[in-house]
Ligand binder design. Sequence first.
Ligand SMILES: CC(C)(COP(=O)(O)OP(=O)(O)OC[C@H]1O[C@@H](n2cnc3c(N)ncnc32)[C@H](O)[C@@H]1OP(=O)(O)O)[C@@H](O)C(=O)NCCC(=O)NCCS
Length: 183
Amino acid sequence: MDVRLLRPEEAAAVAAKLRHRFVVADRLERQRRDECLYLVAWDGGNPVGQALLHRRRPSALAVAGVVDSLPYIEDVFVLPEWRNQGVGTALLEAAESGAAARGDRGVSLAVSTGNTAARRLYTRLGYVDAGVPVHRHATTEPGFDGGGQSGNETVVDLVKRLEGLAAATWPTAHGGGRLSERR
Ligand SMILES: CC(C)(COP(=O)(O)OP(=O)(O)OC[C@H]1O[C@@H](n2cnc3c(N)ncnc32)[C@H](O)[C@@H]1OP(=O)(O)O)[C@@H](O)C(=O)NCCC(=O)NCCS
């Protein structure tokens, strides 16, 4: 299993398994503009998980305070049959490496208060409460089959300091740089 930036020629495979093609196309375009990293975990030619690292928190999700100036990790997702095998950990480590390589001192994310599996994972990796009051958070995410999923969830904001993390070479948006590899 390895995690790398999505390449344009891999978009169809990701659209078939993980997210709607419009979402994939939009993320690739924003990655090309260097606004985000679209990280995908692969088992051979099959995408098995993904995460999006925004270079800065989207203004629509601003919560005020220092957390708004940090890179923001969104839509961490692993196919059910691939969970509990380290894929989520590898995706988060790749996102953190991408942020550290640009000199960012931390990353942030928001997690649903009831998502115990994700919260356990983030805690194990060193994420702590950002000190922002728990709040409602709008979500709109077309599924890979085209079905829209929108809603409103109650989230807690978490942050992780990255000082001490070895800074890897920042991958180019076009080159599909590999950020981590595991077997
Ligand atoms: C949350 C989510 C991304 C975690 O992904 P994952 O691939 O299962 O994560 P990992 O495998 O790295 O870690 C999960 C657990 O498996 C354990 N694990 C990892 N590798 C393992 C291995 N080889 N053998 C046994 N256990 C292992 C980890 O220690 C971890 O245990 P913990 O929950 O006690 O900390 C996944 O459950 C998911 O996609 N959920 C739905 C979407 C979601 O909620 N996303 C988060 C939005 S904020």
